[in-house]
Design a protein. Structure first.
Length: 202
């Protein structure tokens, strides 16, 4: 066999037991080291799968309170923190930090409460710390996490926005409701600039 030819090996299967039922969301980071399972109630299990033969449960937490429901779960650019969209119209960011015992655990670090209806979808930018989010009433918003900026919230439709996508350079976005497809260009070069990012103030 030539050196540059591909070959197949025997697949290895590992079963990860879940403590919660009805998994609705599964996320895996690009380095295939961190794995997340979550259900609609906002119950999330965070695994370290660097050793694929022995997945390690890092944390089991509830992202939401009361009767609030999880509607969207995405990894922000960099695949380190999570964006959580819920039925109360909030989008929160969860980031791994070290606890008092030196363990890496997810912690809520900021939130955006610009919608009054359930969040239906989130689309993170590909390279920056911004994201597009939409709600059930047809509103769309552009946000930047590090600057804690709500850049824009506009009505796109009178119907729920069901699917969204953002261009690789964040210069355009595409949105879809049950009947129509919408396309917008975006002129937004410096989303990271804010009074907080410059001076530590809002």
């Amino acid at each position: 066999m030539m050196e540059d030819e591909a070959s197949w090996g025997e697949a290895e299967t590992v079963v990860i037991a879940q403590s919660h039922k009805d998994t609705s969301f599964i996320l895996l980071d690009k380095d295939q080291r961190n794995l997340y399972f979550a259900n609609a109630a906002g119950e999330l299990s965070f695994y370290d799968i660097d050793d694929k033969s022995e997945p390690l449960l890092v944390q089991h937490i509830f992202l939401l309170e009361g009767h609030n429901q999880l509607r969207s779960l995405k990894l922000l650019a960099g695949d380190i923190s999570l964006l959580v969209g819920d039925t109360n119209g909030n989008v929160t960011q969860w980031f791994p930090v070290q606890d008092a015992e030196g363990r890496r655990v997810l912690q809520r670090i900021r939130g955006f409460s610009d919608f009054s209806r359930p969040v239906t979808a989130i689309a993170p930018e590909h390279t920056r710390k911004g994201f597009l989010a939409v709600d059930e009433s047809g509103l769309a918003g552009l946000f930047h996490t590090t600057a804690e900026n709500t850049l824009l919230v506009e009505r796109i439709s009178d119907s729920p926005i069901l699917k969204i996508a953002i261009a690789p350079r964040a210069t355009a976005m595409r949105l879809q409701d049950a009947q129509r497809l919408y396309f917008y260009t975006i002129d937004n070069e410096h989303t990271e600039v804010s009074m907080k990012s410059l001076w530590g103030k809002r």
